[in-house]
Ligand binder design. Structure first.
Ligand SMILES: [Zn+2]
Length: 439
């Protein structure tokens, strides 16, 4: 009993030290890592006869020293507590480049953002340790909608502890590619709150109208909130939040969900229009997109909807001199179009990883990535210069104009549902990020 307590105490101290060290580093290490795959001994020298340094638990993340050089079958590694040693290489799994960082094993749990492949549309499922949130409920066509519903079904089967409940659904703006499947999801799962931009026009208006009526009538009630620019401005430069926008508070961690930009018009015709916007800027439903920031400890995600350049420059002006836009994982605005990403914006965000939600160029119909030319090469070039992490090189297709694509050797951590299928970005509270893709 005494021994066991002491072992637990030691493990706790080790975990605390590891956490403290991890949170001290402002940016995650770019060194390659290995993860302990089987029970193994870390030794003082690359020899079975040398002194034992540690028995790290399976799943422990070790920093690879000496550029990963192998000596007599051993890697030189650094333990989470800073001590160095040697580990036999077949007992650990090496992660790829600086991309697939192993997550710090800690008790606060992880956030997994599932950028679901819904063809030329958006739907991101945020899986917190104690709840789920959906940002956009779009899909293009029956096949994508069926896939989206199946994805959610499998998700809630795996996370049966969540009781089939989406704590919140955000719809960034009133376009069909962002809310086409709202009714199907809402009829199937319990929903805590619905947050929208309050704009009653646009291709998604019928679904938006249905949702508001449903939220009012259904029992138990679905809390709903239209977030306008006026609301966000009133919150100052820290972003807008409340219990409807951020219903998630887990026992181990309280993530932060904030809205950084809201809709620019009210149903009564009131406009919140920057002085330099032309009529076409305010007419454009994309510029009314909610911009959502999610913080999970040291990890952060930005969801700018389909915001176009007019909205982007207003966002930059508002948060100039703050770190509100500075996030680790950026969902690229407007499906990677040429009009939603600028060098100034990327410089403010400084993303380690970028994710685009769009369809495949092989589907050659109306309303597709092929028809719009998403993502554009110009945007991919900007992202390529800005994204700080790497991915294993993949030959992907980018558009030079509508219906015209060229290959691009992508080796920066830029992912797209049209290239990779559903993308899972896993983050821990220490700011470590891991990306896995369906293909
Ligand atoms: Zn869209």
């Amino acid at each position: 009993m005494g021994t066991m307590t002491s072992t637990i105490r030691k493990a706790l101290i080790r975990a605390t030290i590891a956490l403290a060290l991890a949170s001290l580093s402002s940016s995650p290490a770019l060194a390659d890592d290995v993860v302990v795959a089987r029970d193994v001994t870390v030794r003082a020298k690359p020899s079975r006869r040398s002194e034992i340094v540690e028995f790290p638990a399976v799943g422990t993340n070790l920093i690879l020293l000496d550029d990963g050089a192998v000596s007599r079958g051993y890697y030189h590694v650094q333990l989470p507590d800073g001590r160095a040693g040697w580990v036999y290489r077949t007992y650990v799994r090496r992660t790829v480049g600086s991309l697939a960082e192993a997550l710090v094993d800690n008790s606060a749990g992880q956030l997994v953002v599932h950028y679901i492949d819904v063809d030329q549309a958006n739907a991101a499922l945020l899986e917190f340790p104690c709840g789920a949130v959906l940002i956009d409920a779009g899909s293009r066509g029956d096949e994508a909608e069926t896939k989206l519903l199946a994805y959610l079904e499998a998700f809630f089967a795996r996370r049966s502890d969540l009781g089939g409940k989406l704590a919140a659904i955000f719809v960034t703006h009133t376009h069909i590619d962002h809310n086409a499947s709202l009714d199907k999801l809402v009829m199937k799962y319990r929903v805590g709150s619905y947050i929208h931009n309050g704009v009653a026009r646009g291709s998604g208006r019928a679904n938006a109208k249905w949702m508001l009526a449903h939220a009012r009538e259904t029992s138990p009630a679905i809390a709903f909130r239209a977030v306008s620019e006026a609301d966000v401005e009133a919150a100052g430069t820290a972003g807008l939040t409340d219990n409807i926008i951020d219903p998630i508070a887990c026992p181990t961690i309280d993530p932060r969900i904030r809205v950084l930009a809201g809709g620019r018009e009210l149903p009564d015709g009131t406009e919140f229009r920057p002085s330099d916007w032309g009529d076409e800027d305010i007419e454009n439903g994309n510029n009314h997109s909610l911009v959502i920031r999610v913080d999970f400890g040291q990890s952060s995600f930005l969801f700018p909807g389909d915001l176009e350049n007019a909205g982007i420059s207003d966002l930059l002006a508002r948060y100039a001199g703050t770190t509100l836009l500075d996030t680790d994982v950026l969902e690229v605005s407007h499906h990677g179009a040429a009009n939603g990403t600028t060098a100034a914006f990327l410089s403010a965000v400084s993303p380690q990883v970028a994710v685009m939600s769009m369809g495949s160029p092989m589907t050659q119909e109306k309303w597709t990535a092929w028809a719009y030319g998403h993502p554009r090469k110009a945007t991919s070039d900007l992202l390529y210069a800005a994204v700080t992490r790497k991915r294993p090189s993949k030959s992907v297709m980018v558009a030079t104009k509508t219906k015209t694509f060229v290959p691009f050797a992508m080796d920066r951590a830029i992912y797209a549902t049209g290239w990779d299928g559903t993308i899972d970005v896993k983050a821990d509270t220490a700011g470590r990020i891991q990306v896995t893709t369906a293909r």
